[in-house]
Ligand binder design. Structure first.
Ligand SMILES: O=P(O)(O)OC[C@H]1O[C@](O)(CO)[C@@H](O)[C@@H]1O
Length: 243
């Protein structure tokens, strides 16, 4: 695990965008799973600019969605896929066969989990998994207490996730379950990038990276991955010792 602190969110985002481009330039058929959430939005805008400038070609890549609120889909403002389509997949003009996101409106959610597990397995695993971290230390929608060994699964959302998740919606919205990649996918990904911005996450980031590895703090799994890159801004990293 390597931790790198950037002076601000813009620098962090540009660095991450260029790194994603470098991965794809090295492996044009890369399989990427890129988080939704507020944290990576600027990275995606900057990455789209790199593609438009001809610095990287994504036409052979595969993109896998990380997580979704159960009952919501790409057309629903506030859903996880709404944002990744708006900020990344649509501006990149990806073909439908390049994008695999959960259908969180499906009647058979376990089958959806198996479908996305199979997409990842068929491609030989994820080349890169880019994640953010929730206020309670969750990664994707793996809430505290989730076994590190799970693949895709349906979760009961933690109360703090339901509350914090309101920020993505225009009006108060009932959130109860999520469907998500599991932490087994993180362990098996060739490289994992955790992006964290803002001082409000500094205490839980410190706990995750410099406390014990425990399923009670899902982000602590980053300590166990041989190719984990933790990229934070000054505010998020303010409590980390010696970084
Ligand atoms: O970047 P944000 O908006 O703080 O979200 C952090 C994490 O929370 C989730 O949105 C789920 O709540 C993740 O997908 C995301 O990585």
């Amino acid at each position: 695990m390597t931790i790198q602190k950037f002076p601000d969110h813009a620098t962090l985002s540009q660095h991450t965008a260029e790194h994603l481009a470098a991965i794809i330039n090295q492996k044009p058929t890369a399989t990427l799973c890129l988080a939704s959430g507020d944290t990576p939005i600027e990275t995606y805008h900057r990455f789209v600019n790199l593609v438009r400038d001809g610095r990287v070609d994504v036409s052979q890549c595969t993109f896998v969605g990380l997580d979704e609120w159960v009952g919501f889909g790409p057309d629903d403002f506030g859903s996880c896929s709404f944002y990744v389509f708006r900020d990344l997949f649509n501006p990149l003009n990806l073909r439908l066969d390049q994008v695999h996101v959960f259908d969180a409106k499906a009647s058979d959610l376990p089958a959806e989990c198996a479908r996305i597990d199979a997409v990842i397995a068929e491609r030989g695993g994820l080349d890169v998994l880019l994640v953010g971290m929730g206020m309670n230390g969750h990664i994707a929608l793996n809430e505290p207490g989730t076994p590190f060994t799970l693949g895709c699964h349906v979760v009961e959302l933690a109360e703090s996730t339901k509350t914090v998740g309101q920020k993505y919606f225009e009006a108060e919205t009932t959130l109860s379950q999520g469907i998500t990649l599991g932490l087994r996918h993180l362990t098996e990904a060739k490289e994992v990038i955790l992006l964290v911005s803002g001082g409000k996450k500094a205490p839980v980031l410190q706990e995750a990276l410099q406390g014990p590895v425990t399923e009670q703090v899902p982000a602590s799994i980053m300590q166990t991955h041989p190719n984990a890159l933790i990229w934070v801004d000054e505010a998020a990293g303010s409590l980390l010792a010696t970084v």
